[in-house]
Design a protein around this ligand. Structure first.
Ligand SMILES: C[S@@+](CC[C@H](N)C(=O)[O-])C[C@H]1O[C@@H](n2cnc3c(N)ncnc32)[C@H](O)[C@@H]1O
Length: 246
């Protein structure tokens, strides 16, 4: 299976300026995400499907309390899915590229720091090219994770990925170039990180549905069996998340 759709993905619409608004009963959110996790398991991308729903809710409450989020396209379903993928895969090293205010970063890192933590990671880094956004993301993350295990750096994710000297177990891609490249940056970042992605590493790419053609080359790459063991486009909202395993 290369695509997983929930039947209502087109009508499940969030408002970007209201990140915490409930869009559906929580039982429905859990059910949709459970089905998506089962599809990822069946495809060989995840080794299991179980995560602690109570810890996730503690994480969600902490984000709501501590984070300044001017807008986000991460729907409640996708937030839960990203947290769950990290809670299940437990990456020692997680890199997130293009983190804006840090909301997407903490959706990943929240499985290892703060009140939703369910394992210990070695390194959790969010990379944001706009210094003022990186500062805000760092402030947000610091309120939730005083331990400093999770951190934000102001840098170009391509250069940062090229300089990494250790295996990356999970790479989250969300960097958007304001010019012509747009989401075309994903492939550039992936190519820089490639040497450090061991077999079994996960790569998550936001906007696998509404990318306006800018992800075509990226999607061809992660769906190429010569490069990735499996890749599934998880379509549970109008944005989408491509989840790939080396
Ligand atoms: C559209 S935002 C992601 C927002 C996220 N999808 C959400 O809903 O919260 C993309 C971010 O990528 C950043 N960015 C663009 N080019 C980058 C690069 N080369 N390295 C790191 N970050 C980059 C932008 O500054 C921007 O903050």
């Amino acid at each position: 299976m290369t695509e997983f759709h929930s039947p209502d993905w087109q009508t499940y619409q969030m408002r970007y300026g209201e990140p915490h608004r409930e869009l559906e009963p929580i039982e429905r959110e859990i059910e949709v995400v459970d089905h998506a996790l089962a599809a990822l398991h069946a495809a060989g991308i995840l080794d299991g499907t179980a995560y602690d729903g109570k810890r996730f809710l503690a994480h969600r409450a902490a984000v709501r309390e501590h984070f300044e989020i001017p807008w986000t396209a991460i729907s409640p379903r996708l937030h839960r899915l990203i947290y769950a993928i990290n809670a299940i895969a437990q990456p020692r090293v997680m890199l997130a590229a293009g983190v804006f205010c840090g909301n997407t970063f903490i959706a990943n890192a929240g499985a290892a720091v703060g009140p939703g933590a369910c394992y210990e990671a070695d390194e959790l880094v969010g990379i944001e090219i706009v210094p003022a956004e990186a500062e805000r993301a760092e402030r947000n993350v610091r309120r939730l994770d005083p331990s400093r295990r999770a951190r934000i750096v102001a840098a170009d994710a391509r250069a940062f990925a090229a300089a990494v000297q250790r295996p990356i177990n999970l790479l989250y891609l969300d960097a958007t170039d304001s010019g012509e490249r747009g989401k075309g940056l994903y492939l550039e970042i992936l190519e820089q990180a490639w040497k450090n992605l061991p077999p079994g590493a996960l790569v998550l790419a936001h906007n696998s549905v509404n990318h306006g053609g800018k992800l075509d080359a990226y999607l061809a790459c992660v769906r190429d069996p010569a490069r990735f063991r499996a890749s599934v486009n998880v379509v549970i909202d109008p944005e989408g998340l491509e989840v790939s395993r080396r």
